[in-house]
Design a protein around this ligand. Sequence first.
Ligand code: HEM
Length: 417
Amino acid sequence: MVKAYENVEQVDYPNPKLAELVQCPYGYYAELRESRPVHRLPSGDYVISRYEDCIEVVNRPEDFSNRFGPAIPGFAEASGVDLESGLDAEIDPWPSPLNDSPHHTKKRALLLALVRRDRMVSYSAMIQGVVDQLIDKFAHRGIVEFRSEFAEHLPALVILKVFGVPDKDEALIRSWMSKFQGHAFRHSSALQQKEQIEAVTMAKEYFARALTGRVSAPREDFLSDLVQAKLSRDGTLHMHALLSEIIVGYQAAIHNTVNMIVNTMYLLLRHPDQMARVCAEPSMLQNAIEEALRVASPVQWIQRIAARDIEMHGVTIPKGSLILLHFGSANHDSTKFSEPEEFRITRPNIHAHLAFGYGGHKCLGMPLARLEARIAFESLFSRLKNFRFAEGKSEVRYLYSPNKRALEALHVQFDPA
Ligand code: HEM
């Protein structure tokens, strides 16, 4: 194993070797977990790869902080953060995912309305409508490029409807969001960084208009709820801080959900026995989605920053170092999951994966993502049958991305039910 990955010491982001490594990083992860659980990359970042260590890190926010943004040149602009607005310490310009408590708790509390119980109930019919419309477009054809014709539209259309933004703006907003590199911003090219900052500037203008309109004329949507909740709690909108919160949250809602849906379909196609079981026994569907989240976690790693010098497994992580928490590796840790490479929908600890993170920053949109996936697959499997790889298309490639598990395309054939 070590031999196969002996060049891995040179692996850093961006790196042509990584383009190949992302096709199957699990051997590399296994080697790290076994012999270098706290691994310093040539960039000076530290990779944490074991399950228990990932949990320990997220449970020690005072040592491993989410305020890594200021350490990354250009990241404030790229995340829609207006540092000028941070002169008032009460507000703090960094959005909740990039912040620590008390700011994190206060900011996250406002966003929680997104997944409030009554909202979740109302989402089901809306999601069903979107799913039906998308399936209608290709059901007669017997073949679909599942990523671009289905998965990429579903979360984008759903979050537009949740926010109360017109469907006609889907392509525009998706084009901005597609420029977002998320936690991997630092590892992107200068051109990608420039494009992200331009896209964020346009998205901020768009959402500023949407928010302002809702102050005088609230509607039945999440943006209106957010404006009202912010005004009644704080007496003022703090427009800049709110915009960054929306932009970061919005892109989190789209990319990862797309990849969850594509990866689930791919793994079921690769395992026809388990596909058959899910189709015959719909109660197993949720298990299949959870197991796909574990095996092919859409978010392979996220970042923290060392708030002081920290000793772990005999390695000193110096204060200010960026830490890459490899949830994608933790989810393949054999001390937690037996035969971790196997996709097994009857796994007893199927919910123990870290695909949505863990602790105080655990994914806020998790119930929405799960609901979208469940309705999508229930509908696909009830309306269509005999899902299989399109002829000659069973070999797939993953997109070159430092921290996402994203298939470039997935060509699928099926019969009408
Ligand atoms: C399968 C889909 C998704 C995956 C795999 C995913 C993954 C994650 C992960 C790993 C984190 C933890 C980040 C950390 O610890 O720093 C996170 C946080 C977050 N996610 Fe998701 N996410 C998904 C869908 C969504 C959706 C649909 C939304 C919104 C509707 C959303 C909104 C957020 C927000 C706002 C945070 C930050 C929470 C905080 O810092 O308190 N995510 N997500």
